[in-house]
Design a protein around this ligand. Structure first.
Ligand code: GDP
Ligand code: ZN
Length: 462
């Protein structure tokens, strides 16, 4: 039998690897204070740790009497802490080597190295946060735009949890009615208010479920972003457009690994949506020797794109090459971008007559005109109208969506049973199923292996 790991006192470096002004080590569990007292020498000797107060002092290697660092330490007794256990934080100088050394002392003093996400998992297991709030912590750390952070903060504040809870309340109410009917079968007719049950089901369960399922798309877009490919024959102005979009507003995600200066893909923040934008020409440039390979990759990227910006030069007629490329992308969600508007003062060409139809935006990449219109068109192509973009902080993730769909299916079965006058036992089974699916979302009935998958998405120290 493995020991109960939830009883261990755990420790980890909570700041990212590398060097910085400050690095923080976090300890959680019953031994946290004892470990701190072994390693930490407060400036005013003999001081007693005041709860939730920073104390100035030194980390000293036990036995060797050697000062390792000048630090601030805070002791936070349970339950008013992140994990609801006793928590200690040591704020050291932000050298990863130094932090590792202090962490080793802490481990030698009796703590165990925390698993990724284990602090947050304890917060969940100890009942401080539900599962949607724990997942919001992952979302905050991974958010690619300000809007992504806003939505994650709303979820952390309980926006999604409350919506699920409200649906669960409706189901509990139904369950109570049905159970009375099961207990007093002879009085079925008087006790079960069919119309009342149908109304609760519709208004408090089915409709809210539908709304949540509808907003899951938004959640996916906010979390994962979308990929947009600029396609066009050489010299229509693809690189110029990429530059113009980037000058407008650089996303807060430029630090994503792999986006180097000569990269052909960049990240944009378009009204809060993280957009990965790819210039297909760049692919060819970077694979000169293997031209064929470059074209193949371009085709794959085009296939995978959520949206294609099909670019033409507005100052000249379409060429055979333009039309051929258009045929390649015509089946994709598409915005026609007509560039070099500045060269078209004396009237614009009718591209629709030449077979290029659909939403078109005139721009001048060089003069930076029409770029704002293009951004709006990209947003609209992805989200639909602005009114379809909900701002209430409920953006279920894929895991939530799957459970919501199963809950919806159970809800549909309840509706059918009510309409058909089926037995109360049958209805009770589906109510229970619906409750359990919602319970999975907030963590009431979530299987251990699923919890493991969720918490291993965290970085170390969180
Ligand atoms: P790409 O091959 O599609 O990436 O095209 P580039 O962005 O390299 O642009 C090709 C040429 O068109 C360059 O000389 C640009 O300066 C020029 N160009 C790009 N956009 C505009 C525009 O809006 N107006 C004008 N007049 N020239 C442009
Ligand atoms: Zn280019």
């Amino acid at each position: 039998m493995p020991a109960d790991r939830t009883e261990d006192t755990i420790a980890a470096i909570s700041t990212p690897p590398g060097s910085g002004g400050i690095g923080i080590i976090r300890i959680s569990g019953a031994q946290a204070l004892a470990i701190l007292q072994r390693l930490f020498q407060p400036h005013d000797r003999g001081c007693r740790f005041r709860s939730h107060h920073l104390h100035y002092g030194h980390i000293v290697q036990p036995g060797a009497d050697r000062i390792l660092d000048e630090v601030l330490a805070v002791y936070m007794p349970a339950p008013r802490t992140y994990t609801r256990e006793d928590v200690v934080e040591i704020h050291c100088h932000g050298s990863y080597l130094l932090l590792s050394r202090i962490l080793e002392l802490i481990l030698a003093a009796g703590a165990r190295l925390a698993d990724p996400g284990e602090f947050t998992k304890r917060a969940f297991l100890n009942g401080r946060i539900d599962l949607t709030r724990a997942e919001a912590v992952i979302d905050i750390l991974a958010a690619k735009t300000r809007k992504g952070i806003d939505q994650a903060q709303a979820q952390l504040a309980g926006a999604l949890y409350q919506r699920i809870e409200a649906i669960r309340q409706g189901l509990m109410q139904m369950k109570a009615y049905i159970e009375v009917a099961i207990d007093f079968p002879d009085e079925d007719a008087e006790i079960v208010d069919l119309g009342g049950l149908q109304q609760i089901l519709e208004q408090q369960v089915a409709q809210p479920l539908q709304r949540l399922i509808a907003s899951a798309d938004q959640g996916r877009i906010l979390r994962d972003g979308i990929s947009v490919v600029i396609a066009g024959v050489p010299n229509v102005g693809k690189s110029s457009l990429l530059n113009a979009l980037l000058q407008e507003e650089r996303a807060l995600v430029t630090a994503i690994p792999g986006t180097t200066r000569d990269s052909i893909e960049e990240y944009l923040d378009i009204e809060g949506i993280p957009v990965r934008i790819i210039d297909t020409a760049g692919i060819r440039d970077h694979a000169e020797e293997v031209e064929e390979l470059g074209i193949k990759r371009a085709k794959v990227l085009l296939q995978q794109a959520d949206l294609v910006l099909f670019m033409v030069d507005g100052s000249r007629d379409l060429s055979e090459a333009d039309l051929r490329l258009h045929r390649l992308v015509a089946a994709k969600p598409l915005i026609v971008v007509i560039n070099k508007a500045d060269l078209c003062q004396d009237g614009v060409r009718d591209f629709a007559a030449q077979g290029i139809t659909g939403a078109a935006v005139w721009i001048s990449a060089r003069r930076q005109t029409g770029i704002e219109d293009l951004r709006r068109a990209i947003f609209a192509a992805v989200v639909g109208g602005r009114d379809q973009w909900q701002e209430d902080g409920c953006a279920p993730n894929l895991r939530h969506r799957q459970a919501l769909l199963r809950a919806e299916a159970a809800g549909n079965r309840i509706a059918e049973s009510l309409a058909a006058g089926s037995s109360c036992d049958l209805i009770a089974v589906d109510i229970q199923e619906c409750l359990e699916q919602l319970g999975e979302i907030v963590g009431l009935t979530t299987a251990d292996d699923i919890l493991d998958v969720i918490f291993t998405q965290f970085c170390l120290g969180k």
